[in-house]
Design a protein around this ligand. Structure first.
Ligand SMILES: Nc1nc2c(ncn2[C@@H]2O[C@H](COP(=O)(O)OP(=O)(O)OP(=O)(O)O)[C@@H](O)[C@H]2O)c(=O)[nH]1
Ligand SMILES: [Mg+2]
Length: 467
């Protein structure tokens, strides 16, 4: 354990003591982390979850709901973290011209508090309780950076360079690299001349559907855009002289780990009690076998963060603290007729199985389910060539109304996962279609939140025991 590991874990322990004292004496706080790769559905999930926790008419499976006397938003406890812009996102989704919210690029947080009436035998003895739910939205890409922590610059470079040739715009970068003089004295323009095409390549790879595009902040730089910690790139091994471009690249990689990755894990990740990992499984299936395989590998990388044994530095940060529950939710299930939801869940479980089997997440309870945070479709049966097809209908982004039969998911997940792993170019039997549906215009009855699929079950798993 290095000095900084030690200082981190000491700080955590002191904070941990404070937290447990105040929890015992005052008001319990649940920190719920919401993550997933870009476009997985984090913003829509949090917005709909909060709306449905404020108005619980559509939350029958949330067992503690009857005990909640009031739910209200409060200022969050962390002054330096941006607030999750709940009101704007909700207005986008449920306003007069419903549309999906903008993509978000950084961490944000929201506090929802409940006044809970006592229940059961001891009910009369105890008074009302207050429970705080702090919801933290952060990009899954940041978790992938955990994989960098135990790597040297040379090891990281080797892996990154080996992926470049077969990925979009990798050639551009390799050509620039070949032209660079890595042993020459360092200058910022020379560093930028490599970092820019490397970043452009990561961006292009992500747009092409690749998920493991780390370093994560290169894609989501936020206020760090253009700073030296984000201006480096992988280079071949070599004995670069002091003060050279090659040496500075290595120094910046180390600074990235120290100044970017470590603080995120220490200040945010290490404080999470419950976690939901959103996965756009349907989107990946639609994009084809390569995208599904890439998603599987990226999820394995993301889940490594929940097995602290795998990364020495995390173990030091977390101490005895653990995430207690992890929900893996396949999002956007409203693209499928409900008769296929169980298959989507099975595929999600199989997709994560390898990562899950390697460890039991240090005792955390896990569950997989298929959900739609905001249901944009209704179900109907289409008849085609004398066959009944279970379909969904919704409003497309251009305003037209359309019914979609997305194809039948296989009962055996291996029928998708095995060819994906084997490097297949296309699915054999079916094409799996997805349409870009817009959120449906809804008239909410008083007391009802926005329509969803199984969001109440997700909430029950994540926080039901605390209400
Ligand atoms: N039909 C349907 N589409 C959804 C649902 N949730 C998300 N989507 C779609 O997925 C897109 C991305 O959702 P977001 O919630 O913005 O995803 P995100 O993970 O916050 O994305 P970033 O902030 O860019 O990382 C939306 O624009 C919708 O097109 C859902 O419940 N149903
Ligand atoms: Mg978002």
């Amino acid at each position: 354990m290095g000095i900084s590991d030690f200082a981190d874990s000491l700080a955590r322990r002191v904070e941990g003591v404070g937290a447990s004292v105040s929890e015992a004496l005052f008001e319990p706080v649940i920190r719920l982390g919401v993550t997933g790769l870009s476009r997985a559905g984090k913003t829509v999930f949090i917005t709909s979850l909060v709306a449905n926790l404020l108005d619980r008419g559509r939350m029958p499976a949330l067992s503690g709901a009857a005990q909640i006397r009031a739910a209200f938003l409060q200022p969050q406890p962390d002054d330096t973290v941006p607030r999750f812009d709940y009101e704007s996102h909700l207005a986008a989704l449920t306003g007069p011209a419903p549309h999906w919210p903008e993509g978000t690029r950084a961490i944000s947080e929201l506090r929802l508090s409940f006044r809970v009436a006592p229940s059961g035998f001891l009910g009369g003895v105890r008074g009302m309780r207050t429970v705080h739910l702090d919801i933290v939205d952060y990009p899954g890409e940041w978790l992938l950076d955990l994989g960098l922590m135990d790597k040297t610059f040379a090891q990281w470079s080797e892996g990154a360079l080996s992926r470049l040739a077969s990925r979009p715009r990798g050639d551009d970068y390799l050509a620039r690299l070949a032209a660079a003089d890595l042993g020459a004295p360092f200058g910022e323009p020379a560093a930028k001349a490599l970092a820019e095409p490397f970043t452009a390549h990561l961006q292009a790879a992500r747009e092409a559907g690749f998920s493991d595009c780390s370093p994560g902040r290169f894609l989501l730089p936020g206020e760090m855009a253009g700073s030296p910690v984000l201006t480096f790139a992988p280079i071949p091994p070599g004995d670069y002289p002091r003060g050279s471009l090659g040496r500075e690249m290595e120094r910046r990689f180390d600074a990235y780990k120290r100044e970017v990755v470590r603080p995120f894990f220490r200040d945010h990740f290490a404080r999470i009690d419950r976690q939901v990992v959103l996965v756009d499984v349907l989107g990946a299936i639609h994009a084809g076998p390569a995208a599904l395989e890439d998603l599987r590998q990226s999820m394995a990388g993301i889940l490594a963060a929940f097995r602290p044994g795998t990364a020495g530095f995390l173990a030091g940060l977390l101490g005895a603290r653990r995430v207690e529950k992890i929900l893996f939710a396949a999002t956007k299930a409203d693209h499928l007729h409900h008769s296929q939801h169980a298959r989507l869940t099975a595929i999600t479980e199989a997709l994560l199985r390898e990562a899950r089997d390697r460890a039991d997440f240090a005792g955390a309870k896990t569950q997989a389910m298929a959900i739609a945070a905001l249901r944009a479709t209704t179900e109907e049966t289409l008849t085609h060539d004398g066959r009944d097809l279970p379909a969904v209908r919704g409003r497309l982004l251009d305003g037209r109304n359309a019914a979609l039969y997305p194809g039948e998911l296989p009962a055996d997940p291996a029928q998708l996962l095995a060819p994906a792993r084997g490097g297949a170019q296309h699915w054999l039997d079916e094409d799996y279609a997805i349409m870009g549906f817009a959120p449906a215009a809804v008239q909410l009855r008083p007391g009802d939140g926005p329509p969803h699929i199984r969001l109440d079950r997700a909430a029950e798993f994540l926080i039901g025991d605390k209400l």
